[in-house]
Structure formats: C-alpha cells, structure tokens
Design a protein around this ligand. Sequence first.
Ligand code: AHM
Ligand code: MG
Length: 343
Amino acid sequence: MTQRISLTRYLIEKQRGHEGQLAGQGAIPPQLRLLLEVVARACKSISLAVTKGALGGVLGTAESENVQGEIQKKLDIIANEVLIEANEWGGHLAAMASEEMEGIYVVPNRYPQGEYLLMFDPLDGSSNIDVNVSIGTIFSVLLKSPEGPAVSEQDFLQPGTQQVAAGYCLYGPQTTLVLTLGEGVAMFTLDREQGSFVLTQENVRVPEDTQEFAVNMSNMRHWDEPVKRYIDECLQGKDGPRSKDFNMRWIASMVADVHRILTRGGVFMYPWDKREPEKPGKLRLMYEANPMGWLIEQAGGAATDGKQRILDIQPTKLHQRVAVFLGSKNEVERATRYHSEAA
Ligand code: AHM
Ligand code: MG
C-alpha cells in the first residue's frame, strides 16, 4: 500500500525545506506551518457543524446583517467564531479580517502577536447552507509589514501577488482542503475516522481549453457587451464562431465551482452588472478573488477582472468587490480580450 501523507507531514516537510534540509522542495517558516495547521483544524470543526445540519441546530438565519448588508446565516457566524477562536491564541497572527466582520480583528494583547495576517470568507455559498449543497471556507495569508508596531487595516491592503498561502476547504460529499504555498496546488481529503487530512492530489492542473462555463445566466440582461458576446458565442455551440458545444454548471458556491474547475477545467465568471453600477462586482477581492485567483494561476489557469490580472489589483478597501473571470487560460484570455476590444 502506498504511504499516506497527512497534511501535518506535508507541512513539516515543507518546513524542513525552509530549514535547508530539503532545498528546492518548497519552504515555509514554522509559524506559517502552525497557522495552516490551525486553519485546517478549524475547518474540521466547521465541517462537523455543517454535517450535523438540522440535528445540530445550525441551519437558518441569524438575526443580524454583515457589513455588506447581507442577512447572516447561523453557520456564517459559527464558522467565523470557530476560525477566530482557533487562531487568536497561537502566537502566529497579528490580525484577522473576515467577510463577516466590519473591521479587522487584532489578536488580543493577552496573547503573543505574530507576523501573519489571515483573511477569510468563513462560509462561502451561504445561500446553499439550508439546501444541503456544497459550501466552503476560503482563506488567504499575508505578511504584516515589519514597520510600525500596531497592526491596522492598512497592513491588509496588499495585492494578491503578496499572498504567502491561500486555499479553501470544501464541505461537500467529501471534505477537501485545497492549498497553495506558491509552488503548485495540493488537495487533501478529510479522513473522518482518523480525523486528519490526507494528501490525495499534488500538482493539480487546469486544462488550458474547456467546453464548460459557470455563470449566473439569470443576470445576462444586466451584463456589459463583452460578457454577453462571450456567453452568446458559447451558446451558439458548434454552429457558431467557437465551433464547439459548451456545457453550463452553476452551483452558486464559488468554492464548489472553483473546485470543479481545478478538477476538470472550465471557466467561472461573476461579472459587473448594471443593477449596481457603482460596485465593480459581487465577489470580494480579499476573501474570494485573490485566494481563488492565485490557486487557479498556480494550477496553470488565469484570473482577471475582465481588464487586468486580479492578483495585480492594489486594494483600497478591506471589503472591496471585484468582477471575476477565472479558470482555463485560453477562455479567460478570450473573455479579457473581448473587454479590451470593446474599450
Ligand atoms: P457568499 O460569500 O455570501 O456566500 O456569496 C458569494 C457567493 C459565491 O460563492 C457564489 O459564486 C455567488 O455568491 C453566487 O451568487 P448568486 O446567488 O448571485 O448566483
Ligand atoms: Mg463568499
């Protein structure tokens, strides 16, 4: 039987690379290893809550709104609390930021402060919680600038190229943790009996071409011309300019849609839409687009906002929104080209 590699072992071997014993095998400092282990442990706990569903009293709506005016689900709040409680005491973090909290959460001074910044969407795909469809947790890790003792929101406003780790945990038929440290993408499946994540795929690759797109088609009449053109050409199938038939999938959980794309290719879009012209898009740059964009790039795909690479965007606000086109490289490049041709 081939040896099973746990997430713990995987990360320790990465850390040894950092210490020079396995040069060239990727390198992470001990604090980052600890951080990732803690995030994974929090995800196990969220996975357990998700699995209990109605029996755990976790379904339904809470009586609160988040900073973007969205009604919070009970699980949004539970997942947020689990991530904060798991991460605040370990000494590896300076602060956290979440889609579900207005400001940053600075590590309380009863605990040691570390140098990392953790951002997360604690429960992505909230509209799918109550209907028993796949949901997930998305996370992104940055380093705090060494200047200045007090951590502030400003420390978080770094482009996605500065991420030192990113990933998501998908709570589906299986619980899968997907991770990048900047040297490719690895997938781990939760072994529920053992309670540990086991490496199940390394060097994940997204094919450059695809015949599958993911978009909320009900918004088509509100899109810009380049997006309409791209989708319209896909819909014309093999008799149209693309000379091939396309299939469509839309799970309405970005984690699940991105997981499908990492598994078999495809293109995912959440474009700008004229109902809310002042918002660049629905999805959030820091908690959704940057970590997913980096994972997709690390697997050989591409991620843009229709005009530029997502990872190059200089954020100006913590809860900044962005249009998203990501997945198979040639399709993302085509959709991006349609935008520049229309400009
Ligand atoms: P959430 O973080 O509040 O769950 O919102 C983000 C989700 C994405 O996971 C998904 O791609 C999108 O919203 C679905 O939007 P829609 O309901 O408009 O199809
Ligand atoms: Mg989300």
